[in-house]
Design a protein around this ligand. Structure first.
Ligand code: NAP
Length: 254
């Protein structure tokens, strides 16, 4: 199946490692040009070099998505240098640390960046001749209350974003802009949160792994392929959905 992404202009936040990096790489392999951001310049540079090796155009900018003006600048730079924006992938999260300020962090690093990103990118997405697309990277923690979700800001904040994305999908249909969500279950990669838990808290890690019917955690590229499909014209009539990528971790009927 041709996903129809040759020459598409794609923005991915938090693309220097993990899931965001895999999403950017998969888009590039499908022939898309990329604009990527993260806070630390060196890993971002390495990720951009990896993307350029596919032969695609790549714009990289060190930007903190919690800084509204920096985010606005990144979107403007992406649109100018790529000549527009067809796909926006919002991947950064404040994470699930159980710190006292976790709710503020959820607001600052998850909710406001997604609201601002969609606002800044909206005119470009609406002008896309391919039909604009937004992909929100959420989490299964937004869809259940037990561990590893628990009474933390992370799942609740992502649940709020799921709601906002679903509502945007309905509102933006008349502009021809699709909005979808991808909800990964636990995903493991070297240096990532689950890799750390495997070493630092093996009992907890094993309790989660044992609940996944596939017997293993997911891989970033397995999330990336779902996100790239939803961002592509191949999903032209798919909007307002939440695609769970979790190896049947969640025991629920969608
Ligand atoms: N890993 C999982 O098991 C899992 C499961 C479900 C859902 N998810 C979701 O998937 C997404 C990615 O998760 P991940 O595990 O791949 O994350 P990660 O390993 O922590 O990577 C996050 C990326 O975002 C960048 N970033 C972090 N804060 C930023 C900020 N304020 N501004 C700009 N860039 C920032 C990081 O680079 P810098 O640090 O240099 O900024 C990095 O490139 C998140 O939305 C997460 O909630 C992950």
């Amino acid at each position: 199946m041709d996903l129809g992404l040759q020459g598409a202009r794609v923005v991915v936040t938090g693309a220097s490692r993990g899931i965001g990096r895999a999403i950017a790489r998969t888009f590039a392999e499908e022939g898309a040009d990329l604009a990527i951001c993260a806070r630390s310049p060196e890993p971002l540079k390495r990720a951009a070099e990896e993307l350029r090796a596919t032969g695609r155009r790549v714009v990289e900018q060190a930007a903190d998505v919690t800084d509204g003006e920096a985010l606005r600048g990144f979107v403007a730079e992406a649109a100018e240098r790529l000549g527009g924006i067809d796909v926006l992938v919002s991947n950064v999260s404040g994470g699930s640390a159980a710190t006292p300020d976790q709710w503020e962090r959820g607001l600052a690093a998850d909710i406001l960046p997604f609201v601002r990103l969609t606002e800044y990118a909206e005119p470009h997405l609406a002008a896309s001749e391919r039909g604009g697309a937004v992909v929100l990277i959420s989490t299964t923690s937004a869809l259940h209350a037990s561990a590893p979700s628990g009474p933390k800001a992370y799942g609740a904040v992502k649940a709020a974003l799921n709601h906002y994305a679903a509502a945007l999908a309905r509102s933006w249909a008349e502009k021809g802009v699709r909005v979808n969500t991808v909800s990964p279950g636990p995903i493991e990669f070297p240096g990532g949160g689950w890799d750390r838990r495997r070493h630092n808290d093996p009992v907890f890690y094993e309790s989660i792994r044992a609940r996944i019917p596939y017997g293993r955690l997911g891989r970033p590229e397995e999330v990336a392929r779902a996100a790239v499909y939803l961002g592509s014209p191949a999903a032209s009539f798919v909007t307002g959905t939440n695609l769970v990528v979790d190896g049947a971790f969640l025991d629920r009927v969608h």
